[in-house]
Structures are given as structure tokens and as C-alpha cells.
Design a protein around this ligand. Structure first.
Ligand SMILES: CC1=C(/C=C/C(C)=C/C=C/C(C)=C/C=O)C(C)(C)CCC1
Ligand SMILES: [Fe+2]
Length: 292
């Protein structure tokens, strides 16, 4: 993969610093954080996944609306299977979600040596549990039964220690690793320490992961304008679907608003991430062989 442009590192640093400053002043409670999560993920997070259709159209000529329909059915079918798995075995589904998310996020440091991909992939999901284990446990409690939420949060905190020691050790021993990836991961740790877990996730997901992937994907797709419009349209449809899903969840069970939002956003992301990850992995391997 081509090295990521340096402005992405600065953007992430700036976003983290602004979030720490403004959230320190506003100090939003969990309900307010849930609303911040919805707004920012809808505007900055979803479009990176919605580029999957333009990417697929370039990877395989999908041939007309039939091809597009076939691809969308397969994509949503996989997501549907994940949802069913979540309903049957939420504890196992949560663990699997965290594991594959960490693999997916490690690709943000694809242009770095393996050790930094590992420390980065693990840190993205484990860092908040190390500093805010109880809050993470509370959010996991919305996604799975408390009997799983607690050990998962604790296990994640332990993995966080390993990732932090791994990063510090690698940087101490090898001066060639002290570059932009290390700066980004250092920033990630500062964000995890200073921000509530949901806000930490919003900053990382929107200002680093999504931006990095969108730049790479838009660089590669032939028709950027159509790709961008397709992504906007699909993100809009996803927001409407998420709205309907949260109304259905609340109608069946009168739970708190932050519980409803956490369920909709995180279980929704878990479902969409499986086809997204399979496709992005293909795309990145293909793009490495056939640069734009
Ligand atoms: C639920 C939750 C977390 C994990 C979120 C994950 C794992 C999201 C994955 C999203 C993906 C993979 C999107 C793909 O592009 C954190 C950060 C530990 C903080 C506490 C709440
Ligand atoms: Fe992604």
C-alpha cells in the first residue's frame, strides 16, 4: 500500500486535541455522548463503508442493476447472518466483533512493520478498557449479558497493557519505528486516556480510520464524483434504516436512549463490518497489485 499522506496524521492530532479540549469543557454524559456518536458516525463514519459499492463495481464489473442487486443481496445477507448470530449468542458475537474489528483497524497501519500493525490494531479497541474499564463494561452490558460484558472488558484491559508495553518496547529498541505510525498510536493512547470511551471511538473512527480509507478508495475508483454521491446516498439510507431499527428496539423493550443507540450503532456496525472487511481486504490486496 502507498504510504498514507502526512496531512492525515495532522488531522487526527488536531481532531484529538480539539475533542479533548471541548469535551473537557462540555463534559457530556452518556446520553449526550450517544447523540454525538450518532451524528458523527453518520456523517464521517458511514460513508467509508458506503464506498464498498463503488469499490465492488470497480473490482468486478457488476453488470447493470442485476449485478448490483446480486452484490447488495450478498452483502446484506452476510450482515443479516451476523445479526442472527448476535441474537443467538451475544457474548460470543461481542468477542468475535472485537477480534475482527482489531484486525480490520490494524490495516490503518498497513504501510508499517508488523509490530506496529499489531500494537495499533489491538490499541484501537483495547486502549479505552485499560483506562475506563467500568464505562466500557457498561456499554458492553448493552450489547451482551453482564456475565460476558465483565470478563470481556477485563480481558480487553489486559490486552491493552500488552499493546502498550509492545509499543513502548518496540519504540525503545528500534529507532526506525519512531515515525508517523508511532505518533498516531501515541495520540490514540492519549485520546483513550483523556476521553470517555465512546468519544475516543468517535475521534479514532471518524478522523483516522474513515478518512484514511476514503482517501485510498476515492483515489483508486475511476469516477470519484459518482462514487462520492453513491456513498452519500447509501449512508443516508443506512441512517434511515438505523432510525427504524432503533424505534423497533424501543417499541419491543422500553430501554434508555443510550442503551438503544449503543445497540443500534454497535450491533449495526458489527453486522456491516463483516462484509465490509471481506471486501476491503480484497480491495487492498488488489490495489497493491494494481495501483491507480
Ligand atoms: C463498542 C465499544 C467499543 C468498540 C467498538 C468497535 C469494535 C467498533 C468497530 C467498528 C468497525 C470495525 C467499523 C468498520 O469500519 C470500544 C471502542 C471498545 C469503546 C467502548 C464501546
Ligand atoms: Fe472500515
Amino acid at each position: 500500500m502507498k504510504a498514507a499522506p502526512p496531512w492525515q496524521t495532522w488531522l487526527f492530532l488536531l481532531a484529538t486535541a480539539s475533542a479533548i479540549l471541548s469535551m473537557g469543557i462540555i463534559q457530556p454524559d452518556l446520553t449526550a455522548q450517544a447523540f454525538i456518536l450518532v451524528a458523527l458516525v453518520a456523517v464521517f463514519g458511514l460513508p467509508h463503508g458506503a464506498l464498498d459499492l463503488p469499490i465492488a463495481q470497480k473490482l468486478w464489473p457488476l453488470e447493470g442493476w442485476r449485478g448490483t442487486l446480486r452484490f447488495s443481496t450478498l452483502y446484506l445477507g452476510i450482515a443479516g447472518l451476523v445479526l442472527i448470530f448476535w441474537i443467538i449468542a451475544p457474548g460470543a458475537a461481542l468477542v468475535a466483533f472485537l477480534a475482527y474489528s482489531s484486525v480490520h483497524f490494524s490495516a490503518d497501519w498497513d504501510d508499517s512493520p508488523a509490530i506496529l500493525r499489531w500494537t495499533g490494531g489491538i490499541a484501537t479497541i483495547a486502549a479505552p478498557a485499560l483506562f475506563h474499564r467500568h464505562e466500557v463494561m457498561q456499554i458492553f452490558g448493552y450489547l451482551a449479558p453482564p456475565s460476558s460484558a465483565e470478563p470481556v472488558a477485563t480481558g480487553l484491559a489486559a490486552l491493552g497493557v500488552a499493546a502498550l508495553i509492545g509499543l513502548a518496547g518496540a519504540l525503545a529498541l528500534r529507532s526506525d519505528l519512531r515515525g508517523r505510525a508511532a505518533l498516531e498510536q501515541g495520540t490514540l493512547w492519549v485520546a483513550a486516556l483523556s476521553l470517555a470511551p465512546i468519544l475516543y471511538f468517535v475521534v479514532y473512527f471518524c478522523a483516522l480510520h474513515s478518512v484514511r480509507h476514503m482517501t485510498e478508495a476515492l483515489d483508486w475508483t475511476k469516477d470519484r464524483r459518482t462514487a462520492a454521491w453513491t456513498a452519500v446516498l447509501l449512508s443516508g439510507l443506512t441512517v434511515v434504516a438505523a432510525g427504524v431499527a432503533s424505534m423497533l428496539i424501543r417499541a419491543s423493550d422500553p430501554i434508555s436512549i443510550e442503551d438503544t443507540i449503543s445497540k443500534t450503532v454497535f450491533i449495526g456496525l458489527a453486522a456491516l463490518t463483516v462484509p465490509h472487511m471481506l471486501l476491503v481486504d480484497r480491495f487492498q490486496r488488489h490495489a497493491r497489485r494494481n495501483p491507480a
